[in-house]
Design a protein around this ligand. Structure first.
Ligand code: CP
Length: 314
């Protein structure tokens, strides 16, 4: 991913976690940890991005990512421009590239981009002017790097900084999940002891992203003794595509409930990137129960995104 780094090898855009060094990843997590209080609004907001304008350029819906980037930019003192594709000149046929260039011409230096097409954020980054930084907020099934970072931050809070003995299980529609890809890259970079991946055969990827993982289709078997579970959202269009028989069938085979959770290690951490399909990937009592770190993930998202914006824009 050449556009990600400048000629000196410094991070210029954040497009993917793949290929990031362990040091760079730990630096971002360390910075996020340091600014957690500012992220939660508990201490005076930092002004490190005063007079910098950041645009959230979203071509797909979002609650967590978009809101937390907006808060992150505000808490760093930036001007924030929220671009709404549904009411913009995209509706008249303007391209994503022309849209970015026009907003860039207004003096915006940071773009947080979500788009349904794989790789488009990289193409926009290649076209961005000197001094403009892009953050991939999710492109197609390719990458969602800040979700990967906030998931790692949450895992560290739940299980400590040494990942070498951890067993982590990723469950669900791995094939179509940009979250799973970013998590898999991050878990490998941080040297997790064992990565397990579980889901229906037709929702498991065939490329080398699963290299080195234990892969299986029996959720109960794969759950045995894991220290953390990352559940993935079942994208409902997979049912329309005939890849899932029914939501009830999916829940019976891959839904996490309190009985199943007992198979995992005591106090195993439960993560889910959201939005949750309650009663499909997870039951209410587990989603809202003592082992759930789901809302901590959301809180960590603000800190991680502050760290990323500060790193790229100062
Ligand atoms: N986790 C995540 O990307 O959520 P949103 O789609 O609400 O941003």
């Amino acid at each position: 991913m050449t556009a990600q780094f400048d000629s000196k090898g410094n991070l210029r855009h954040l497009l993917t976690l793949e290929g990031l060094s362990r040091e760079a990843l730990l630096q971002l997590l360390g910075r996020a940890g340091q600014i957690r209080d500012a992220a939660m609004g508990r201490v005076k907001r930092r002004g490190t991005l005063a007079r910098v304008a950041v645009c959230t350029l979203f071509f797909e819906p979002s609650t967590r990512t978009r809101s937390s980037f907006q808060l992150a930019a505000q808490r760093l003192g930036a001007d924030i421009l929220n671009f709404d594709a549904s009411t913009s000149s995209i509706r008249k046929g303007e391209t994503a590239l022309d849209t970015m260039r026009n907003i860039e011409a207004m003096g915006v230096r940071g773009f947080v981009v979500r788009h349904p097409d794989d790789q488009i954020v990289e193409r926009l980054a290649e076209a961005a002017g000197e001094g403009t930084a892009l953050v991939n907020a999710g492109d197609g099934r390719n990458a969602h790097p800040t979700q990967g970072l906030l998931d790692m931050m949450t895992l560290r809070q739940a299980k400590g900084a040494d990942f070498s003995q951890l067993k982590v299980l990723i469950v669900g529609d791995v094939k179509h999940s940009r979250v799973a890809r970013s998590d898999l890259h991050a878990l490998r970079i941080l040297g997790v002891g064992q990565i397990r991946v579980c889901g229906p055969a037709n929702l498991l990827p065939e490329d080398d992203v699963l290299q080195g993982c234990q892969v299986g289709q029996d959720f109960d078997e794969m759950l045995e003794g894991v220290d953390a579970l990352i559940l993935l959202r079942l994208q409902r269009e997979r049912m329309e595509e005939g890849l899932v028989r029914s939501l009830d069938d999916y829940h019976a085979r891959y839904g996490l409930n309190a009985d199943r959770l007992r198979r995992a290690a005591p106090n195993a951490a439960v993560l889910h990137p959201g939005p949750i399909n309650r009663g499909v990937e997870i039951t209410d009592d587990v989603a809202d129960g003592p082992q759930s770190w789901i809302l901590r993930q959301v809180a960590n998202g603000v800190a991680v995104r502050m760290a990323v914006l500060e790193t790229l824009l100062t």
